[in-house]
Design a protein around this ligand. Structure first.
Ligand code: HEM
Length: 412
């Protein structure tokens, strides 16, 4: 082997080795089908006889977005696949790494608008006339992605009283869209998983009951008592109001029928049980077995935030390019897009709301020794070995069986 330090001039080993490329078998360009890819930028202005320089950037940018959308869909589908069957908890790591990949791609996509913004509105006007009625509104992959993540169909903003599906006419697109609406979304799968969080059982640790008591004690100590002891009547009234606001806010999660009504109004998406699970994971995230679930929750929120940022950057660019002109797809343009940058398009909205109900650390109910054990990695990994092969479970003592049952329930 050549001495790695021999080459003080930067030459030497750099020229060694066999040039496999000239032997040829798999060829770079063929493998990547670059002929197709690099031949797919046909300028509409060019066809009309007067190619406009910036239209090339416009096409490349859209194509790059669509390629990344394709990759995100692949990752989302794989995560949904993992969520769809009972898995060993060890698979959470794969889910986390795929979600993290989506997050990184989305960060790239949020920033990519800057490149297109180097085109001036005047440059855009030179070829915009050739595009109509093509519009991002017809991006099939964008709609599939929204549906697969779990956007609520009833929350979509209509434009011109049109349903978004009406712009798709070919059978494969319509079928793909229907399938994306009818199959379980990531939101629904996450909901099922959260509702199986260990510790929610009312006849065992009963997290929710304990949490309710803890929240009441905190409100009492930090808001109600100081308000009662306040001598100044104006400040007293203010403090009482503050206490009542907090109390009402907590009431909206502790009172099940209030919670269900909020779901009906579209203000909440997760079932009550799933919300309790998310709350529990957030409060006990330091426990080893909740490390990965809390990371997963955090990544889902990142995805939601980044989607909102994508919408925001897109609409800002649209305003810069078009002002308040209508879109090529026939919408009001800026006004329509601005209305999509809102909570109605947030998928994991409930996860953001968890912070509203966090209580100071010293009020968080202590875990009993059994619960502490259940949330330790040692306990869960020893049970996982048995859980992965559920069909072959042997009869064990009652307490062991109870434990196993609980472990199975939290499987993704
Ligand atoms: C100069 C650049 C752009 C302009 C002026 C523009 C303009 C618009 C307008 C006005 C709409 C509303 C629908 C309509 O009436 O057409 C729209 C929707 C959309 N655009 Fe763009 N766009 C631009 C770049 C992009 C890029 C680079 C992408 C990346 C794929 C994109 C993706 C979309 C999507 C997915 C929608 C549907 C959004 C929704 O309904 O929530 N657009 N665009």
């Amino acid at each position: 082997m050549a001495c790695p330090y021999r080459d003080i001039n930067g030459e030497g080993s750099s020229q060694e080795g066999v040039n496999n490329v000239i032997k040829g078998s798999v060829v770079y360009g063929e493998y990547l089908q670059l002929n197709k890819l690099l031949d797919a930028q046909e300028l509409a202005s060019g066809k009309a006889g007067k190619p406009v320089h910036d239209e090339h950037l416009f096409i490349i940018t859209h194509q790059a977005y669509e390629l990344w959308f394709k990759q995100i869909i692949l990752e989302v589908d794989s995560v949904r696949e993992m969520f769809s069957s009972i898995l060993d908890e060890k698979h959470t790591l794969s889910i986390i790494s795929r979600l993290n990949r989506i997050v990184l791609i989305l960060k790239l996509l949020v920033d990519q608008f800057q490149i297109l913004e180097t085109m001036t509105p005047l440059d855009f006007m030179e070829f915009r006339g050739h595009l109509s009625p093509a519009s991002g509104f017809q991006s099939l992959q964008f709609r599939l992605l929204e549906n697969k993540l779990g956007i609520k169909q009833e929350n979509r903003v209509r434009y011109n009283q049109q349903h978004y599906m009406e712009v798709f006419h070919d059978n494969p697109s319509v079928q793909a869209l229907e399938e994306s609406v009818n199959s379980p979304s990531l939101l629904e799968q996450v909901e099922g998983w959260l509702s199986r969080t260990p510790g929610l059982e009312t006849d065992a640790f009963n997290f929710w009951g304990k949490f309710q008591q803890a929240a009441e004690s905190w409100l009492d100590d930090d808001f109600s008592k100081p308000a009662q002891m306040e001598p100044d009547p104006d400040i007293k009234r203010m403090k009482i109001d503050e206490y009542k606001k907090h109390q009402e806010s907590f009431e909206s999660i502790f009172n099940e029928s209030l919670y269900e009504n909020a779901i009906k109004r579209g203000e909440r998406r997760l079932s009550h049980k799933a919300f309790q699970g998310a709350m529990m994971i957030s409060l006990y995230r330091d426990e080893p077995r909740f490390h990965q679930p809390s990371q997963l929750i955090s990544l889902l929120m990142d995805i939601d935030s980044l989607f909102t940022k994508w919408r925001y950057n897109h609409v800002m660019m649209v305003q810069r390019m078009l002002g308040s002109k209508a879109g090529t797809g026939g919408s009001s343009g800026y006004q329509y897009l601005r209305s999509t940058v809102s909570d109605r398009y947030k998928i994991f909205l409930d996860l953001f709301n968890i912070s509203t109900y966090l209580i100071p650390r010293h009020y968080i109910p202590s875990l009993c020794p059994r619960m502490k054990r259940r949330l330790s990695l040692k306990e869960s990994s020893s049970n996982n070995n048995i859980v992965t092969d559920m069909g072959k479970l042997k009869k064990t003592s009652i307490s062991e069986e109870e434990n196993l049952h609980e472990e199975v329930e939290f499987q993704i």
